[in-house]
Design a protein around this ligand. Structure first.
Ligand code: ADP
Ligand code: ASP
Ligand code: MG
Length: 409
């Protein structure tokens, strides 16, 4: 049995006409001899609408009941798509996450998939049915509904493809592939034919929300051939695959922008062993993830300790720092929510020196001040003022010639 998993995002199931259109696309894939498992998101805007309803009762809704609420969005689309398939003569059956079963841990709102019971799905495929599964949701061992975090339907699709050993996992969305940067910011952005798991993982982690990070982690771990395609046009899309499957490797594959971060600084901390752990310990204890970290030592033996967190965690992190400033006898605390992180990503960077210098020069030429820097083997990130978001991304995109065909950068 040749199995393919096809995932359709919110815009692809935005109304009943679009649902009819994807039913036709699925039927065409079946006609090509594939057994098809479909994963769908909620209709465009539905998850946000549900979240707004919850905000009537809590400033930052979270927990078990939020999952019960948010999972309803996907339950609507699986039923509608199964009906649309039936209408054109296809045999189809819909499943919620708990019906499949997609077993997760019990961390509500950002659960991780631990196991998929594929017996039901395989049985239906063998009987010639199209199986339509609700994305973004699962069930914990106690039977509670869980959700996988925003964009989580991508992860449902890849995890199913891994469990079923599918030939390919196809992510249908409103762009025709993964681009060198968000095409909404840089119209000259170019579609990548192929990109490595590693680069895609960095791009997703650094702000390219075209795929949820965990879906790429899964794909890389289980070597799932993952393809991003448009649900509105035909084309090859972008294949996310292992490095050995890519012949020509560009120096830089993409530029990303992350608007979700905020910066905090504890100034004038007496510099002695243990400073970093004394500050980050209480932050970690509050379940706040820290991204970039910078520590400078001044001539007076005091140090400034700077780090970034998700904007949603900013207020809580600021409170913790204000308390620590008193305890640690620091000079003070400052914070800034109007920052962004811009990054360049590419496996080609491993074997080339001077990329960072080129990046910093391009930003300096636009008079963009760099506030923080961090690097890894295949990425360089900088924090800059929010007002330079678009200018920064555009200047780096053009510095590395990303609008041109491969190898020119
Ligand atoms: P879906 O609802 O289908 O899951 P998403 O909105 O989650 O779709 O993801 C698609 C969007 O990701 C595109 O509309 C695009 O604006 C954005 N995006 C960000 N970075 C990139 C990139 N590098 N390549 C392609 N799309 C990107
Ligand atoms: N509906 C969920 C969201 O909007 C999951 C998804 O679309 O992937 O985040
Ligand atoms: Mg998405």
């Amino acid at each position: 049995m040749k199995i393919v998993v096809q995932k359709f995002g919110g815009t692809s199931v935005a109304d009943t006409e679009r649902i009819s259109a994807i039913a036709e696309r699925i039927a065409a894939t079946c006609a090509d001899g594939y057994s098809v498992v479909v994963v769908v998101s909620a209709m465009a805007g539905e998850t946000d609408r549900l979240l707004t309803l919850a905000k009537a009762f809590a400033e930052q809704p979270r927990g078990r009941e939020l999952d019960v609420l948010l999972s309803t969005g996907e339950q609507v689309t699986i039923a509608l798509l199964a009906m649309a398939l039936n209408k054109i003569g296809m045999s189809a059956v819909s499943y919620t996450g708990s019906q499949v079963q997609i077993l997760t841990d019990k961390v509500h709102n950002k659960a991780r998939i631990v196991r998929i019971d594929d017996a039901n799905v395989l049985g239906d495929l063998e009987r010639g049915r199209v199986v339509v599964v609700a994305g973004f949701q699962g069930v914990d061992e106690a039977g509670n509904i869980t959700t996988l975090g925003r964009g989580g339907s991508d992860t449902t699709a890849v995890a199913l493809a891994a469990a079923l050993k599918a030939d390919e996992c196809q992510i249908y969305t409103d762009v025709d592939g993964v681009y060198t940067t968000d095409p909404r910011i840089v119209p000259e952005a170019r579609r990548l034919e192929r990109v490595t798991y590693e680069e895609m993982l960095e791009m997703a982690s650094l702000g390219a929300k075209v795929l949820q990070i965990r879906s790429v982690e899964f794909a890389s771990k289980y070597k799932v051939n993952l393809r991003v395609l448009s649900s509105f046009e035909s084309g090859q899309g972008t294949l996310i695959t292992a490095e050995e499957n890519i012949m020509e490797q560009a120096l830089i594959s993409g530029v990303t922008l992350n608007r979700d971060e905020a910066q905090l600084v504890l100034t004038g901390v007496p510099d002695r062993p243990g400073v970093a752990s004394n500050i980050l310990g209480p932050v970690a204890a509050a379940n706040i993830e820290v991204d970039m970290i910078l520590q400078n030592t001044g001539a007076d033996g005091a140090t400034d300790f700077t780090f970034t967190v998700h904007r949603n965690d900013y207020d809580q992190a600021l409170e913790i720092l204000e308390r620590l400033a008193i305890e640690m006898n620091a000079r003070g605390v400052t914070g800034d929510k109007t920052i962004v992180k811009i990054s360049i990503v590419g496996v080609g960077m491993r074997s080339h020196a001077g990329i960072a210098a080129r990046m910093f020069r391009a930003l300096a030429d636009e008079s963009i001040n760099i506030r923080m820097i961090s690097t890894s083997e295949i990425k360089i990130s900088v924090v800059v003022d929010e007002k330079y978001s678009e200018l920064g991304v555009r200047s780096l995109h053009s510095e590395f010639g990303l609008e041109n065909e491969l190898e020119s950068n």
